[in-house]
Design a protein. Structure first.
Length: 272
């Protein structure tokens, strides 16, 4: 999906919500166990319940890989079920030597037909370049994460500011604003204005609202751009809004609530 197509979807729906399909097999409601693939059946109902209120879906591959071959089948079926109008993200955090990364890129962009994949930048440009080679696909590079371990490397000052700032500045030259996004954790709002000043035109994937406590309004105030520039992800708060037969309806309520708040933020930004 091109940047133009993504922005058109955001404009049409007046929201920038990404629903995380990080489906824990242990949390799938028991009544779905009568289906051949309970994880897919759960995801299918979540997608049906939220598709009108979001522009993207993010699949954290670990929640599928844990089930071995069956998990990969569930993931492929889920990816295929997501409408083509929605941006599809593989949250896989790959990154390896060039020929290995090339195979990862083929896996997620060709075999599984995702629009984007998250990658780790530690091994440098040659580990990222194979992902960027795909026209119409996106590489989403880890910028500043919300976990406590961010203090171990990302936030360490190496003489010219925190390491994550150097990563953002260097990596922004590898790709373009049409094929490269950055992950910025929702709990890092005190640094968002600075991050936006360093990468003014890039899209950000922002996980961490809902259960993790990130403020949607504060994120939006500090990082929205003229063409939005944000995909804000919510996973557990939507997936597990309910655990009974009405779980999908409750997911709709949460997703639509986020969408309404996002529409208000876009209105204040004069995003029409």
């Amino acid at each position: 999906m091109t940047r133009t197509a993504l922005v058109e979807q955001i404009r049409a729906k007046q929201n920038y919500l990404c629903v995380g399909l990080d489906t824990d097999p242990a949390k799938v409601p028991g009544f779905l166990n009568r289906f051949p693939d309970p994880v897919f059946e759960f995801n299918k109902r979540i997608i049906d319940a939220t598709r009108a209120h979001c522009v993207a879906y993010k699949i954290n591959t670990a929640f599928y890989e844990v089930s071995g071959a069956n998990g990969w089948v569930s993931m492929q079926k889920t990816t295929d079920y997501i409408p083509s109008t929605h941006f599809k993200i593989a949250d896989a955090k790959r990154g390896d030597i060039g020929n290995t990364s090339a195979l990862y890129a083929r896996t997620f962009f060709e075999t599984l037909s995702f629009d984007a994949i998250t990658v780790a930048p530690y091994m440098g440009e040659d580990s990222i370049r194979p992902f960027l080679a795909y026209e119409g696909k996106w590489t989403i590079l880890l910028g500043l994460t919300s976990n406590p371990g961010a203090a171990d490397f990302e936030l360490q000052d190496h003489g010219s500011g925190p390491l994550f700032e150097s990563v953002l500045l260097k990596a922004s030259k590898w790709g373009t604003t049409d094929n490269l996004m950055f992950v910025v954790g929702a709990t890092q709002t005190d640094r968002l204005a600075r991050i936006r000043s360093l990468t003014p035109d890039h899209f950000y994937l922002v996980p961490g609202i809902g259960v993790q406590g990130g403020s949607l309004r504060e994120i939006s105030e500090k990082a929205l751009t003229e063409d939005c520039g944000l995909l804000v992800n919510a996973s557990r708060s939507i997936l597990y809004a309910g655990s009974g037969p009405d779980f999908a309806e409750k997911a709709t309520d949460i997703a639509s609530g986020y969408a309404v708040e996002m529409a208000d933020c876009l209105l204040k930004k004069a995003f029409i």
